[in-house]
Design a protein around this ligand. Structure first.
Ligand SMILES: [Zn+2]
Length: 611
């Protein structure tokens, strides 16, 4: 574990004059394949083998085995972060790909060790468990150990868990890999509005569907639909395979419904999820008003599915924002509102922790990762000079700051669920947006553009993502009785879209193939990769409202929130640091209703534009 003491002190590192847009990974390993890298891999393999033997034969002290497991997880996490960075940065590197596959098997070994430890924990009496948590080797790890113990109560016998871990590599996770490989190769011919024809890789379709030009969006949607239709049977097989494997495991593990595992991963209870969804469906007219206003701005009766991510108000300024300018914008907004966050961002730049350079061979998208061994974060993105890219930068740095807040905590106290991860990143985004609005951005054009962006986010989080949840819930319900065919997947998808969007999408404006084109449904590591996003969005709105009313005196509370996120469930974190009750629909409703003034402002701009 990293042993640097307090992570929240602003570092006295001046901002570099011209920040680099390339990252450095040399403090992790000198290079891929270098002697230090090879030696680290060898040591990890040896320790894993030794630990597998002692753990699975239940020899020796449980406390020591748990501490050894934590140590191995830190090392595997270090290697995984390094390889994850390399494979994004240099997507065609076959050596990296093969080492990732190697690591995936080592991670399966680690899962087997964890399964054995969980069973041993589950077999303890309450008194024995309490005694274990007072062992000095496991100081402050009680919550995490309790979770492992709880998971152990829902486990198959060890040989079966071990077989499942092996089979998942070639089954469950293989569907995910097949999806990635197949979709990376998809392309389609597209005729652009100016008449020229191009073969477009599928990875570009989403950007084209966010084009300000509606004819481009329509062409990208309709031409880009064909490959999903051509391969519909393959995608349906993948989706059915992933869900079927999970349902079999849930049954064998005695888990009651298909939501039990994702809720456990999200560290939240069913009553909180139900309360959140109830509030969304009660107040769904709030984001629907934003969709209708967007249609009015576009000059149509309603939106088509392909309009949902498009800007309805053009970004101000013709020139691209250069990388140094983008860094300055983020630095200024962070430093004004939250000096420690600003200092941390400058430290990231100074230590070359951000990879932003757009170039061929890089994977699209953005993420934040970190090495638990070094206590260092990295941000990955493709910076193209748009305001949206600047917002992405603030989002990822928000994630990185969350890890920094946990620096010095043991791994057993610092693994936080996705629900709380997305809260921190949204908080970073909101500080930037607020800073752009107040920090000299007095032009009406910028304000209108930012409002448009905010409304887009509102209906994306409060309609689109709940729609994905609705779809997945009906799909899993039907999957229990057998494979769900393509035609039925299309129907379920349309039903979910109708339920959530209501009359805000035009006739023929649904996307029945969204279940195939949305990669999130094929992520094999996490089930229901949707509701945690809504959770993060609404909780970060509540945090930000508190920050706005209390000012800087709120920030120690925010940092307490971040630090608690790895050692308590969401309900406890929210209650202790915000005084909020997540099982009360009124809490969630307040975050939705607080959007109303902005929605009215947006509607006013839309009605002006009609005249
Ligand atoms: Zn994020």
């Amino acid at each position: 574990m990293a042993t640097i003491s307090s992570g929240m002190e602003p570092a006295a590192i001046p901002a570099p004059a011209s920040p680099s847009d390339r990252w450095s990974l040399e403090s992790w390993f000198s290079a891929f394949g270098a002697p230090d890298y090879i030696a680290f891999k060898d040591r990890l393999t040896r320790s894993l083998t030794e630990q597998s033997e002692t753990t699975t034969t239940a020899n020796g002290s449980l406390a020591a085995a748990l501490a050894a497991f934590e140590d191995l997880s830190v090392k595997a996490g270090h290697l995984s972060a390094f390889l994850g960075c390399l494979s994004a940065d240099d997507a065609d590197n076959e050596g990296v790909k093969s080492d990732e596959a190697w690591l995936s098997s080592r991670e399966a070994d680690l899962l087997k060790i964890e399964a054995a430890l969980r069973l041993r924990l589950a077999a303890l009496s309450p008194a024995e468990f309490d005694a274990l948590t007072t062992d000095p080797a496991l100081a402050n790890a009680a919550w995490r150990l309790g979770r492992m113990r709880e998971a152990g109560g829902h486990q198959m016998p060890l040989e079966l868990e071990s077989l499942a871990a092996d089979l998942n590599v070639d089954g469950l996770h293989a569907w995910n890999r097949l999806y990635e490989t197949l979709t990376a190769k998809l392309s389609f011919p597209m005729t652009f509005p100016d008449g020229h024809e191009e073969t477009v890789p599928m990875s570009r379709r989403r950007a084209l569907m966010a084009s300000p030009e509606r004819a481009v969006r329509a062409a990208a949607f309709h031409s880009g639909q064909q490959p999903w239709l051509n391969h519909a049977d393959t995608f349906a097989a993948g989706l059915n395979g992933i869900a079927g494997s999970r349902l079999s495991l849930y049954r064998r593990r005695g888990q009651k419904g298909f939501l039990e595992a994702p809720l456990f991963d999200a560290a939240m209870g069913r009553p909180s999820l139900d309360a959140m969804m109830e509030a969304i469906h009660t107040h769904i007219e709030v984001p629907r008003h934003a969709v209708r206003a967007a249609a009015a701005l576009q000059g149509t009766e309603a939106l088509h599915f392909f309009d949902l991510e498009a800007p309805q108000i053009a970004p101000p300024g013709e020139a691209d924002i250069s990388w140094p300018q983008a860094c300055k914008m983020v630095d200024r907004a962070f430093t004004a509102a939250y000096p420690a966050l600003g200092a941390y961002f400058r430290e990231m730049l100074d230590r070359n922790w951000i990879e932003a350079q757009p170039r061929a061979g890089k994977r699209p998208g953005a993420f934040c990762t970190g090495s638990p061994l070094r206590g260092e974060e990295r941000v990955y993105m493709n910076y193209h000079g748009t305001v949206q890219d600047v917002i992405t930068l603030a989002h990822e740095v928000g994630h990185a700051w969350h890890s920094r807040a946990l620096l010095g905590e043991r791994l057993f106290r610092s693994a936080y669920p996705m629900t709380l991860a997305e809260t921190a990143s949204n908080f970073g985004e909101m500080i930037l947006l607020e800073g752009m609005l107040t920090g000299g951005a007095d032009s009406l054009a910028l304000q209108a553009w930012l409002l448009d962006q905010e409304m887009n986010r509102a209906h994306s989080y409060l309609i689109n993502i709940p729609m994905r949840f609705e779809f997945e819930r009906s799909f899993y319900t039907e999957r229990r009785a057998g494979e769900v065919p393509v035609s039925r997947l299309r129907t379920l998808m349309e039903q979910a879209q109708r339920k959530c969007y209501g009359d805000t999408l035009e006739t023929g404006g649904l996307d029945p193939m969204f279940w195939a084109s949305k990669m999130h449904f094929f992520i094999s590591g996490v089930s229901f990769y949707n509701f945690p996003y809504v959770f993060g969005y609404l909780l970060s709105r509540a945090l930000f409202a508190r920050f706005q009313s209390e000012g800087a005196s709120f920030l120690p509370g925010y940092e307490a929130f971040l630090r608690l996120s790895g050692s308590a469930d969401c309900e406890t974190v929210a209650r202790e640091t915000l005084g909020a009750d997540l099982t009360d629909p009124a809490f969630w409703a307040s975050g939705i209703v607080s959007l109303e003034p902005k929605v009215r402002e947006y509607e006013a701009i839309a009605s002006l534009s009609k005249k």
